[in-house]
Design a protein around this ligand. Structure first.
Ligand SMILES: *[C@@H]1O[C@H](CO)[C@@H](O)[C@H](O)[C@H]1NC(C)=O
Ligand SMILES: *[C@@H]1O[C@H](CO)[C@@H](O)[C@H](O)[C@H]1NC(C)=O
Ligand SMILES: *[C@@H]1O[C@H](CO)[C@@H](O)[C@H](O)[C@H]1NC(C)=O
Ligand SMILES: *[C@@H]1O[C@H](CO)[C@@H](O)[C@H](O)[C@H]1NC(C)=O
Ligand SMILES: *[C@@H]1O[C@H](CO)[C@@H](O)[C@H](O)[C@H]1NC(C)=O
Ligand SMILES: *[C@@H]1O[C@H](CO)[C@@H](O)[C@H](O)[C@H]1NC(C)=O
Ligand SMILES: *[C@@H]1O[C@H](CO)[C@@H](O)[C@H](O)[C@H]1NC(C)=O
Ligand SMILES: *[C@@H]1O[C@H](CO)[C@@H](O)[C@H](O)[C@H]1NC(C)=O
Ligand SMILES: *[C@@H]1O[C@H](CO)[C@@H](O)[C@H](O)[C@H]1NC(C)=O
Ligand SMILES: *[C@@H]1O[C@H](CO)[C@@H](O)[C@H](O)[C@H]1NC(C)=O
Ligand SMILES: *[C@@H]1O[C@H](CO)[C@@H](O)[C@H](O)[C@H]1NC(C)=O
Ligand SMILES: *[C@@H]1O[C@H](CO)[C@@H](O)[C@H](O)[C@H]1NC(C)=O
Length: 700
């Protein structure tokens, strides 16, 4: 393999690439490429990496699967850097490339703007197969998705290990530069063998961590005593939770006399590439519905609080073996949370709900725990509650017709701890309706979110889409059912109604543009720079402190505070210090946040205000790390993300090996002749420079 290429600068002149500096003349840096990175669990490493000095290969734009022949055997100039249209980013092709190492230096996937019609999911067919409730010991007939394969389109690419770098190409200009370079240099005239110089690409994504989580955590510890250079970090962030009645969060463990209905959903998603996780259907549809339901319940729970308290939970890191829910259940089980499992009356979880056809939604429950009569009675009554709440709305709640286990869901982690009555609401009867599960394509378009042309940003923000209407109807059903489930009076149900406008604004903010006037008004001033003109991504990441919690986590926190909290008339200073200086502010019960607010009509100054709510963050780091330090745990997530020094991609021209040798030869020749010349000059120096030289022994 050739690792050292001679860069031919003089020959390099790409159309449209302006060359200001020498550096740019030699290399064209590609700035919008996203790598696939290495993740590790108890037993495996997955993902991609380059060698430490970056991998270089001659660019080959793959035209079809048959065209792989060139890369894997016939092409004369290996190794190749394979450029794939996203239609060719299939398991079959990637596994052949993986098998062809030595001739494959790396790959770059051109991300298409339109979603592949046939569907695409790089996730497994049976998500979180080993960490849900359906183990061999729970019920062997239901383990390993035996009854229903939830994600049949899953090709498992996200869980493969590649020992070459794979990047995604998201920028049309980058793609065009690569294509021009390829067309200009790498295609032989009339099918002949292409001649040097050739266009090559170099990808840097060297990963520090190897083998598995136990190995890298051990290395972290060793390194830490010498220098604080970590090699991997546990995946983790923060769960968001809040309740209809404030809970004393200082007093942990059982709350005497409290009975809680948990309304749960998940906050995160993932894809093959690092940090790209639009999660529209897999996460956003569910948590937007729960936020809207919480808002719909706000007034009525203030005025006529039902006998039971409703606890809203938004779990992070669920894509990686249920990090967030397993942590909260662990804390409830070990007196580390505001309530314990004895306080839990029932669980209502909102799964993927954005893609229902013909208004039908499905209520899933666990057939195993329902073998117990009292659990079965509770579950049946909860299902009836949902069905009757849906009656007068454009929603139908159906129950799968056969005995089917729960889809992948946070509720499974509660069932792992003990039998608790509960249901999971989803838009699919058996296999997912989502054809882009945990992929880069699960974005706004997957939820049919489109806006008429000609609308300004603010008009788009408020434009009520069909999807928003549908999710608002569902949020109303969920809110009414929760109120009923919490023991609330039927007479109040009519007052519970979710607002399509709030739903549409949330969909816009979470899936299209988080930097919108509404989100700007309800976040703290110090958070405003995290808002973006693009969509959010929902990869869990590796945050270790609340102030570094992921942007979506904090957005959901501030939204839940706005939608379920109250504004109080205190100064900014008091709002920040309410935890310290004023016992009457009840910091055990409430959290306070100072938000930007909006500018009054004839001013540019924002009118900030203080919001009091019961909303809090709680750690979503697997207990396998900070609590148990069992890095090979089979019960808890052990996923870690490797660290790396830098991620870089660039293209340039390379000369042939022969040319390289020739250049070397010429170089050596020049060196020798200059040495000779120097020798001659210095030996004849007396003659040549006789008048100009100082005597060697001159003193100063
Ligand atoms: C990998 O390559 C070997 C020989 O090089 C071949 O026998 C095997 O079938 C290949 N496997 C795949 C999955 O292509
Ligand atoms: C699923 O479970 C049934 C009943 O135990 C068993 O007969 C069948 O072989 C299992 N199927 C798979 C794919 O494991
Ligand atoms: C680790 O991940 C690999 C790849 O997905 C999987 O096969 C394996 O079962 C996982 N190990 C554990 C202990 O979960
Ligand atoms: C792509 O190039 C065009 C023309 O050079 C430029 O106007 C445009 O801003 C570039 N786009 C990006 C995303 O850099
Ligand atoms: C909350 O719990 C703590 C610890 O048990 C207790 O000291 C405090 O008085 C409680 N606060 C309220 C408002 O109940
Ligand atoms: C809550 O009550 C206030 C005042 O009664 C009213 O203005 C507001 O629209 C209500 N909100 C909801 C979501 O029903
Ligand atoms: C999305 O739009 C397409 C085409 O307009 C339509 O066929 C499909 O039913 C829509 N899906 C949903 C969930 O509304
Ligand atoms: C139900 O949907 C239909 C068509 O989508 C609409 O005409 C009707 O008004 C809706 N009904 C309710 C109660 O929202
Ligand atoms: C957008 O607005 C302009 C002027 O207001 C109008 O000429 C044009 O037809 C509009 N386009 C669409 C798609 O509505
Ligand atoms: C958000 O948008 C405003 C204009 O509405 C702009 O001034 C601000 O710089 C943007 N913030 C970020 C972080 O892009
Ligand atoms: C929520 O935000 C809106 C501004 O969009 C504001 O008018 C309202 O007072 C806020 N409510 C709370 C409780 O913060
Ligand atoms: C807030 O409090 C200040 C003084 O404490 C008072 O002057 C002001 O009118 C209050 N504002 C509102 C909206 O109640």
């Amino acid at each position: 393999m050739y690792r050292s290429y001679v860069v031919v600068t003089a020959l390099f002149s790409l159309a449209g690439v302006s060359c200001n500096s020498v550096e740019q003349k030699i290399y064209v840096e590609l700035n919008n490429m996203v790598p696939c990175v290495r993740l590790l669990n108890a037993t495996h490493q997955i993902g991609c990496q380059s060698s430490i000095s970056g991998d270089v290969g001659v660019i080959h734009v793959l035209e079809s699967e048959a065209n792989l022949e060139w890369v894997l055997s016939t092409g004369p100039n290996p190794p190749y850097m394979v450029i794939l249209e996203s239609a060719l980013f299939t398991r079959s092709i990637m596994m052949k490339l993986k098998n062809g190492t030595g001739r494959v230096a790396g790959a770059a996937v051109v991300v298409s703007k339109t979603n592949p019609a046939e569907g695409f999911s790089p996730h497994t067919k049976c998500p979180n197969e080993n960490t849900g409730v359906y183990s061999e010991s729970y019920d062997p007939t239901m383990a390993h998705c035996n009854v229903t394969v939830w994600n049949p389109l899953g090709n498992g690419l996200s869980y493969e290990e590649f020992d070459f770098p794979i990047f995604s190409l998201n920028d049309d200009n980058d793609t065009e530069a690569i294509r021009q370079c390829y067309l200009g240099y790498n295609l032989g005239v009339n099918g002949s063998t292409p001649e040097y110089p050739l266009c090559a690409m170099q990808l840097f994504s060297h990963m520090h961590a190897v083998t598995d989580t136990a190995t890298c955590m051990r290395r972290n510890d060793i390194n830490f005593s010498i220098n604080p250079e970590m090699v991997c970090d546990p995946l983790g962030d923060y769960n968001v939770w809040g309740s209809t009645k404030p809970l004393n969060n200082t007093a942990k463990g059982h709350k005497e006399g409290e009975s809680m209905v948990i309304a749960a959903t998940r906050l995160d998603s993932r894809s093959f590439f690092w940090d790209v996780a639009p999660g529209a259907e897999s996460a956003v549809s569910g948590f937007v519905t729960l936020l809207a339901a919480a808002h719909a319940l706000h007034n009525v729970t203030q005025e006529a609080h039902p006998p039971r308290t409703i606890l809203y939970t938004f779990f992070q890191g669920e894509a990686f073996d249920y990090i967030g829910s397993s942590r909260m259940v662990y804390e409830m089980d070990h007196k580390q949370f505001a309530i314990d499992l004895d306080n839990v009356h029932s669980v209502v979880e909102i799964g993927q709900v954005g893609l229902r056809s013909s208004s039908e939604l499905w209520v899933h429950s666990d057939p195993v725990s329902r073998r117990n009569n009292s659990i079965n009675a509770e579950v049946s009554s909860l299902i009836d509650t949902l069905k009757s709440a849906a009656m007068n709305l454009n929603v139908t709640m159906s129950v799968p017709s056969f005995s089917q286990p729960l889809p992948p869901s946070s509720f499974q982690r509660f069932l792992r701890a003990r039998p608790i009555p509960g249901v999971v609401i989803a838009d699919h009867q058996s296999a997912f309706s989502n054809r882009y599960y945990e992929s880069i394509y699960d974005k706004a378009a997957n939820l049919n979110l489109t806006y008429p042309a000609n609308l300004t940003e603010d008009e788009q923000l408020e434009f009520v889409t069909e999807t928003a209407n549908a999710l608002a109807d569902l949020a109303t059903v969920v809110a009414r059912a929760l109120y009923k489930q919490a023991g609330g009076a039927d007479a109040q149900l009519i007052n519970i109604k979710a607002e399509p406008k709030i739903v549409t604004q949330m969909l816009y903010g979470f899936l299209v543009r988080s930097n919108n006037t509404w989100f700007q008004a309800l976040v703290p001033p110090e958070f405003k720079n995290f808002l973006s003109k693009l969509e959010c991504h929902y990869y869990v990441g590796v945050s270790q402190t609340p102030s570094h919690a992921r942007t979506p986590t904090r957005l959901v926190q501030y939204l839940l505070a706005n939608l379920t909290g109250t504004t109080i008339n205190i100064t900014k200073e008091n709002c920040h210090n309410s935890l310290i200086i004023k016992p009457s502010s009840l910091p055990q019960l409430y959290s306070y946040v100072w938000v930007q607010g909006v500018a009054s009509p004839n001013s540019t100054e924002r009118q900030g205000f203080c919001v009091r709510s019961s909303v809090r963050l709680s750690k979503a780091v697997s207990p396998a790390f900070d609590l148990l330090q069992e890095y090979s745990s089979k019960d808890y997530s052990t996923w870690t993300e490797s660290r790396w020094k830098f991620i870089k991609a660039r293209i340039f021209l390379v000369a042939s090996h022969d040319l390289e040798m020739l250049t070397l030869g010429v170089g050596v020749g020049i060196l020798l002749s200059s040495l000779l010349l120097t020798y001659i000059i210095s030996s004849k120096a007396d003659i040549l420079f006789s008048s100009g030289r100082e005597p060697a022994n001159a003193t100063y």
